[in-house]
Design a protein around this ligand. Structure first.
Ligand code: NI
Length: 267
């Protein structure tokens, strides 16, 4: 990987890394562009564990150093996650949504596995500007993946995929050729893309100022320490934002909707 020093380089590297895991996203961008639409990225989502070494604060560093500001926090009771989102004064830059697994809320076994994984990450890797697309620097067995999956899909995903963007998100308001998110979903399905329909294809509504849909995650073959296995990788999300009473588009997230969106990486 070439040297990554600026936020624009980092965002670019994250996209390149992401489409390796989810080539469908590039195809969808091409599909929209062929309709004459301009694709703007609403947000990038990152996953981590709430251990100090790799928690939200650690992952947020390059973004905070580049002018991003903490702009909201969220609790996901069912998934046992906590998240924050960060915004940049330059509105053309995507929001960064970072969630962390509340490790202490899981079994002793999961906690021990996660600690072992995090211990293997060299501290200097985390300090690197492009840690958020650095992948996996630890060994994991397929049986460990399965054990984690039984308790938390999120933990299993992170153990196998590592530090790479979980999803990018198209800002639907800027797509002029689609009148609604429904219309966009229909176009995607006609083009052969499967959507996450957990809790309905569209999560949220104008009442909560945010509607979202997403593809089902693409699949990749991962080299576990004992064998290769094909697992869900990343998905593409679509967000339509609505104006609040003050006339400004809502820029936050809706925990209840995101809870179901997280399931886009379920098997
Ligand atoms: Ni999202």
């Amino acid at each position: 990987m070439s040297e990554v020093n600026t936020i624009d380089q980092l965002l670019d590297e994250m996209w390149k890394d992401y489409i390796k895991l989810n080539p469908g996203a590039q195809k969808i961008v091409e599909l929209f562009e062929a309709r004459g639409d301009k694709v703007i990225n609403d947000h990038i989502a990152l996953r981590t564990f709430n251990l100090k070494k790799v928690g939200i604060d650690a992952l947020a560093k390059p973004f905070l150093a580049s002018g991003y500001v903490e702009s909201g926090e969220y609790h996901f009771e069912e998934k046992k996650l906590y998240a924050k989102h960060f915004q940049h004064p330059d509105k053309t830059k995507p929001k960064i949504f970072i969630s962390e697994l509340l490790v202490e809320k899981f079994s002793d076994k999961l906690q021990a596995t996660v600690k072992k994984i995090v211990e293997q990450i060299p501290a200097e890797n985390i300090e690197k500007f492009d840690f958020t697309c650095s992948g996996r620097s630890w060994e994991v067995a397929s049986s460990t993946y399965e054990e984690l999956y039984a308790e938390s899909e999120y933990a299993a995903w992170l153990s196998a995929i590592g530090y790479r963007p979980n999803h990018f998100t198209v800002f639907v308001n800027e797509l002029e050729s689609f009148k609604s998110l429904e219309e966009l979903n229909e176009a995607l399905k006609s083009a052969g893309f499967a959507l996450n329909d957990s809790g309905g294809e569209i999560k949220g509504s104008a009442d909560v100022y945010l509607e979202q849909s997403s593809t089902k995650a693409d699949k990749i073959t991962v080299n576990f320490s004992d064998k290769e296995m094909t697992i869900p990788s990343c998905y593409f999300e679509f967000a339509k934002r609505y104006p609040q009473e003050n006339g400004e588009l809502y820029q936050g997230f809706v925990a209840k909707s995101a809870d179901k969106i997280f399931e886009s990486t379920n098997r």
